[in-house]
Write a protein that binds this ligand. Structure first.
Ligand code: SF4
Ligand code: SF4
Length: 99
């Protein structure tokens, strides 16, 4: 698989493949720079379960974290990695994702 930029230069995407829930602080920076809806912010309740933030359960939320929402939509631009303050994301090139 080969990828190129608009003018034909070689381009190797670096796809977001996972987010470390222990390290993520739910700051939302990655979400703001991603134009592909790859991630979504969720809450974690006291039992450690992921819950939607639009539920009326704000009192139960212990922590917010970013999770993968639609990883197949990622185009591997790497913008999310640049803004993450905790370096909690893992990115991989197409060959590694396909393996
Ligand atoms: S690499 Fe780019 S497209 Fe993929 S999740 Fe990060 S910001 Fe979105
Ligand atoms: S930028 Fe990093 S720490 Fe902030 S929400 Fe995204 S993955 Fe989590």
């Amino acid at each position: 698989m080969s990828f190129v930029t608009r003018d034909g230069r070689d381009w190797t995407p670096n796809f977001l493949t996972s987010i470390d829930a222990e390290k993520c602080i739910g700051c939302g920076r990655c979400f703001k720079v991603c134009g592909r809806d790859v991630m979504t912010l969720k809450g974690i309740n006291e039992d450690g379960d992921l819950i939607d933030l639009d539920e009326d359960e704000d009192d139960e939320i212990e922590k917010k974290i970013m999770v993968m929402n639609d990883q197949g939509a990622c185009m591997g631009c790497g913008a999310c990695a640049r803004v993450c303050p905790t370096n909690c994301q893992t990115h991989m090139p197409p060959a590694a994702v396909a393996a």
